[in-house]
Design a protein around this ligand. Structure first.
Ligand SMILES: Nc1ncnc2c1ncn2[C@@H]1O[C@H](COP(=O)(O)OP(=O)(O)OP(=O)(O)O)[C@@H](O)[C@H]1O
Length: 677
């Protein structure tokens, strides 16, 4: 009856240390549980360990997502406005182009070379303007969408870095590194697609004025009751969804009212009905999309855990087991994605079938009721108008669904930024330029969760400036926890920690951590050169190569570094994969030495060294003891004996051990102190 050329579909809407999870069970059904990686924090968690999620009304969810995006869209006002302007030019060119094509047929029949040339030139200019403007419209709107998402990504990552250690460490309610990585990479890309779709839709609003002309040409032709398709209505661009839709809708409504007010009113009931159906299906699509996103995040989390542990997987012949676990997660993802795609395909069909079904019923019923009060021609014209009004409603629905599909990605991304820290930062903090390194733990009590046992219970310790003390104790006794409190990764439940008689809660956090160098139990190295890893603290400024080499020599690392293919410039691979365990540890020591802080914490720092290296490192540490406060957590008697005083941490309290106790070789010493004697 009439031909509508649809435009091509819009573009598809499209480190943290992972905790090793050992799974030695065969791939039975129960062992193939997806990793618990997709638990979401509550949007405004006052307690990061809380997992209960308040129920959100879909509209408030949409408002929240829009509010989250708003500042980023406003920051891109210039390219957005420029893009819309290009859209306006593009639509204007089209509106002029359509009647021109119609006129061309008349010019061609009455051959007039001069007119033909003029018309051809105008036509060419309009086509060119349309092409160029369309290109710039897309380019500018993508520029805005991608720039907005770049800013969102940076903001989200900064907020993630600001989160308490508990968010990453405390199993219940925490989000895995893989899930976080997925949100900041792939889901942020989805947000860019959604933002672009929204901007493209909004552009339609600006085109309202301009389209009046073009649309009217189209509609007037369609209203001809003889229903002859004119050449100038064969081209209709449906890309500019909402406003052309609005225009189309009002023009059709007017025409329908003229033909039959009763029938029009009956048909008008259809519009709110369809809006309700669209809203309902859109909400369903949002939920399905969220599940689909979660299933991809679970896959990503799994890969982030397993691939770094490939050595363990191979050594344990676990390839089959891991392949089965992967299949299970991939299959869940397959069903979720399929659900999403099916829903996306279902929605337009559903809307159309409801519409045409109801339309048919109304028309048939009305014909009977009106008992021939209007002729077949008017009926056809009425139906034509109604059919044309379906398209804009569908257009609005399509835009709405694009948004609904992208909404979960926006929610999940911004969920990462909504938290209140348990480590409260005061406003009136002080900066300490130099510290002597005196540390006091005063009556410290701490536990990781409300229902967990106390790890530290009324602990007191006074470390004098420049003193070296060793902490020993059974595994799980709380030695590393004590260090975490000193670094203010957690705050004690009661008591306080003083550095140079200043409560650490009164010292600016970055200033506090600048005065403490920490070599942790699990060595953390990044891909990059040896020099970058040692001079990590100056990575963003200028690394002092002399200090790097000096630190490496002191930590007995210089010798092996020079043997590497490019010496200090050698890239050590992800997590220092090209180095041996002992080499990694010496590099970490060199890094701590480079930082030259007043307080040095070595948590099992010499455990992976051979006895020769350990001796050299011990000498280095002994040299550092002269002007540093050193806290060594050790399991080796030789390391422990370097310290001036040795404390046993057991049952949340400290007990000083005398040298004679340590050297006396009591039977139960190894069991009670965890020392390797
Ligand atoms: N993030 C955490 N959430 C909950 N409990 C934790 C967390 N970290 C440690 N714990 C618990 O706190 C206790 C003390 O742990 P910590 O790591 O301080 O012991 P440790 O003395 O350093 O042990 P090791 O010598 O084996 O390294 C342990 O029972 C441990 O299970």
């Amino acid at each position: 009856m009439f031909l509508i050329l649809l435009s091509p579909p819009p573009p598809p809407l499209t480190f943290l240390k992972p905790k090793p999870k050992l799974l030695l069970l065969p791939p039975t059904k129960s062992s193939l549980k997806p990793l618990n990686s997709t638990k979401l924090p509550s949007p405004l968690p006052s307690n990061p360990t809380t997992t209960r999620k308040p129920h959100h009304h879909p509209l408030s969810q949409t408002r929240q997502s829009l509010n989250s995006l708003k500042p980023y869209l406003l920051s891109q006002a210039k390219p957005i406005l420029a893009g819309w302007l290009c859209g306006l030019v593009s639509v204007f060119s089209l509106s002029k182009l359509v009647p021109k094509v119609g006129k061309l047929s008349t010019v061609l029949t009455n051959v007039d070379a001069l007119r033909l040339r003029d018309e051809g030139l105008v036509l060419g200019a309009l086509v060119l303007a349309r092409l160029v403007a369309s290109y710039w419209q897309q380019a500018l709107l993508w520029d805005a969408a991608l720039n907005a998402v770049y800013r969102i990504r940076c903001y989200v990552f900064e907020r993630v870095l600001e989160r308490d250690l508990a968010f990453f460490e405390c199993g219940d309610g925490s989000i895995s590194a893989g899930d976080i990585a997925y949100r900041i990479t792939a889901e942020a890309a989805d947000v860019a697609d959604t933002v672009h779709a929204v901007l493209n839709v909004s552009e339609g609003f600006l085109c309202l004025f301009n389209l009046c002309h073009g649309c009217n040409v189209l509609y007037i032709r369609v209203y001809d009751t003889n229903l002859q398709v004119k050449p100038d209505i064969t081209c209709w661009d449906t890309k500019h969804t909402i406003v052309p839709s609005t225009m189309q809708l009002s023009a059709m409504a007017a025409q329908m009212l003229i033909i039959s007010p009763t029938l029009s009113l009956i048909s008008a009931v259809l519009i709110p009905c369809m809006a309700l159906v669209i809203a309902h299906l859109g909400e369903k699509l949002r939920k399905i999309s969220k599940e689909a996103n979660k299933s991809v995040a679970a896959l990503s989390a799994y890969l982030h855990e397993v691939l770094p542990a490939i050595l363990f997987v191979k050594a344990n012949n676990s390839e089959l087991c891991e392949s089965a676990r992967f299949r299970k997660l991939a299959h869940t993802n397959l069903s979720e994605q399929l659900n999403k795609k099916k829903m996306k395909a279902f929605i337009p069909q559903m809307i159309q079938s409801i519409y045409f079904g109801a339309l048919f019923a109304f028309c048939a019923g009305s014909l009977v009721v009106s008992s021939g009060s209007f002729d077949g021609c008017s009926m056809v014209s009425f139906v034509t108008s109604l059919v044309f009004s379906v398209e804009p409603i569908q257009g609005v629905g399509k835009a709405y669904n694009e948004w609904k599909q992208g909404e979960p990605a926006i929610e999940r991304l911004f969920d990462l930024t909504r938290f209140s820290s348990k480590v409260i930062l005061k406003l009136d903090v002080i900066d300490l330029d130099d510290v002597t390194g005196e540390v006091k733990f005063c009556d410290i009590s701490f536990r990781y969760g409300d229902n967990m046992p106390f790890v530290l219970n009324g602990l007191n310790l006074h470390i004098k400036a420049g003193e070296t003390i060793a902490l020993v104790g059974p595994s799980g006794g709380g030695k590393s926890t004590l260090v975490k409190l000193l670094l203010r990764l957690y705050d004690p439940l009661s008591g306080c920690i003083l550095i140079d008689n200043h409560n650490i809660q009164d010292i600016r956090l970055d200033n506090l951590r600048r005065h403490i160098s920490f070599v942790s139990q699990d060595i953390t190295l990044f891909s990059g050169s040896v020099a970058e890893n040692i001079g990590y603290r100056d990575l963003m400024s200028k690394i002092d190569m002399e200090r790097v080499e000096h630190a490496a020599r002191t930590a007995n690392a210089d010798e092996f570094i020079r043997k590497l293919p490019e010496g200090y410039k050698t890239n050590i691979g992800p997590r220092g994969s090209i180095l041996s365990g002992g080499q990694k540890q010496r590099l970490a020591l060199a890094r701590a030495l480079y930082q030259n802080s007043s307080i040095l914490i070595l948590d099992e720092a010499t455990s992976a060294l051979d006895s020769r290296s350990e001796l050299l490192v011990r000498q280095a540490v002994e040299r550092m003891m002269e002007n540093h406060t050193v806290l060594v957590i050790a399991h080796r008697l030789e390391t422990v004996l370097m310290a001036k005083r040795v404390f046993l941490l057991r049952d949340g309290k400290l007990e000083e051990l005398t040298r004679s106790t340590l050297l006396g070789g009591h039977h139960d010493l190894a069991a009670s102190t965890g020392l390797v004697i």
